[in-house]
Design a protein around this ligand. Structure first.
Ligand code: AMP
Ligand code: MG
Length: 496
């Protein structure tokens, strides 16, 4: 391993320094027999991290040693959140530490955050650890979404251990370092807005909220600083980014599962992976979270929950923005989401223009996927790989409602003609817009079971595939096949 120069000034801690009143300095708690199990080499390089830290002992020195650059100013962050619609001020990162910030090769500031670092003042009597299962799930999903082009936090490395932890059964603890432009959640702003003396008017900012807003504008929304109302500009940006993110989830069939406001990033990225799932069959009302008895976070409700969460966030902007401006800003959410959704959905059909006829064609196809239910991802991917219309027409044999298929195909053909797309171009666009492989819970489960026995070969094999989702040539068949009936639509609980 060739040594690289270690620049101590690379490891910054603006959050810990500038918002010292909003954090608790704390070091990771040593874990039994830690092992740097998986490294995201591309990300490691993009961050410019020293290559010699990939040595296990050296890395553990960095995490747990007293002279560590990574943890010299590590902190637990305080925040609150609306959980299943109820305000909970007793949150904060109970098991995660913000280690430091690094400016990556693109000039973008990235937090390094250690999940499963041990108890913090916000652990609420829990152990502060993450289990191997959940760190694997976060690693796989964040890489999968990233390579599908969906904004997300990313996994830098996974540390396994022999430390037992107790959930529904005994499991092994693991840790994950993830990166994100920041770990600022909607719940940060909510907490410091609501944490006020009784009787203080709602349109007065607490000093801590003021600090948080100033910091966020300066470090993460510098483009808003010179706007007429910087806070309004920032809120408007968060609304737009969140709308586009959720549109993207709806297009790929991703159900986040726990859209509590403490799991919502101000950067409009997918954040805090829990019992998420890509659905298998097209099920608009799919609920991936077994603990979500009311189906609050079901797939079809993600757009309206996104808006609900933005409303909760917008409360914290009341000291800075008029109610009328807040309302107007929130009103932009739906049109942005719908426009982006239409744009991305039509892309899946190889079309670039959002016309009424194109949307009607899309609606027919979605109806077709439900009569009876069909695998969402495979049905879309089957539109790719054809030499001519005759070949594409043969797909009708796959469908039960042939009449509806023919109706859709006629509408599709007409739209392609109207938008003047030649068949070869259409096909190459379709191949690049419809993944050959998406993350499936039953495969993730198989990967986890092998990893729990110490075998990470399946993890690496699956990860490689998820990193090339549009490539149909390098697939291992077992990962491309749809789930059997018993493996469909697996729901998981929150415990992790
Ligand atoms: P989550 O469901 O992962 O969004 O977590 C909700 C809250 O519970 C956050 O404040 C977490 O930090 C905290 N939390 C979750 N699991 C643990 C754990 N094992 N130990 C301590 N805190 C935890
Ligand atoms: Mg969370």
């Amino acid at each position: 391993m060739s040594e690289s120069y270690i620049d101590p000034y690379k490891y910054q801690h603006s959050y810990a320094d500038e918002l010292a009143d909003l954090v608790t300095p704390i070091k990771p708690t040593v874990i039994y027999q830690p092992h740097l199990q998986v490294v995201n080499h591309a990300l490691w390089e993009a961050l410019g991290l020293p290559i010699q830290w990939q040595d296990n002992d050296t890395f553990m020195q960095q995490l747990f040693g007293s002279e560590s650059l990574l943890t010299q100013h590590s902190v637990a962050q305080k925040y609150g959140g609306h959980q299943f619609g109820h305000w909970n001020p007793q949150l904060g990162d109970g098991r995660g530490l913000l280690l430091c910030e690094i400016v990556d090769n693109q000039g973008q500031r990235q937090d390094l955050h250690l999940k499963g670092a041990g108890p913090t003042p916000y652990s609420r009597h829990a152990d502060g650890r993450a289990v191997l299962r959940s760190t694997i799930r976060e690693y796989l999903a964040s890489e999968a979404l990233f390579h599908l082009g969906i904004p997300t936090s990313r996994a830098l490395c996974l540390i396994s251990s022999n430390e037992p932890v107790y959930r529904e059964q005994q499991e092994k603890a693991a840790m994950l370092i993830r990166t994100a432009p920041s770990h600022l959640r909607f719940g940060h702003f909510e907490y410091f807005y609501h944490d006020r003396e009784p009787g203080v008017a709602a349109d007065i900012a607490t000093p801590k909220l003021q600090q948080l807003m100033d910091y966020t504008l300066a470090y993460h929304f510098p483009q808003c600083v010179d706007c007429q109302n910087p806070h309004l500009a920032m809120l408007t940006q968060i609304i737009a980014d969140t709308a586009r993110l959720i549109a993207h989830w709806q297009v790929v069939g991703f159900n986040h599962g726990v859209m509590n406001t403490d799991n919502m990033s101000i950067h409009g990225i997918t954040f805090d992976y829990g019992p998420y799932a890509f659905f298998d069959d097209f099920e608009p009302h799919y609920v991936c979270n077994k603990s979500d008895h009311q189906g609050r976070y079901r797939f079809s409700q993600q757009p309206s929950i996104g808006l609900w969460n933005l409303n909760a966030l917008a409360q914290a902007f009341r000291p800075f923005v008029t109610t009328e401006d807040i309302t107007d800003a929130l009103d932009t959410f739906e049109p942005i989401l719908v426009e982006h959704y239409h744009h991305l959905m039509l892309k899946r059909f190889g079309l670039t223009e959002t016309t009424d006829t194109a949307l009607a064609m899309m609606t027919l196809f979605m109806k077709l996927l439900q009569s009876p239910k069909r695998d969402y991802h495979i049905s879309f991917r089957q539109l790719a790989g054809h030499l001519d219309w005759d070949s594409l027409t043969l797909l009708r044999n796959e469908y039960v409602d042939i009449g509806l298929f023919d109706e859709w195909l006629a509408a599709f053909k007409a739209e392609v003609a109207l938008q003047e797309v030649d068949f070869t171009t259409l096909q190459s666009r379709i191949s690049l817009a419809n993944p050959h492989t998406v993350l499936r819970n039953h495969h993730a489960q198989a990967v986890i079971e092998a990893a729990e026995q110490g075998d990470f070969s399946l993890f690496h094999a699956y990860l490689e595939i998820l990193k090339n989702p549009f490539d149909a040539t390098t697939k291992i068949d077992r990962f491309a096949a749809p789930p059997s009936i018993g493996d469909k639509g697996i729901a998981l609980s929150c415990s992790s």
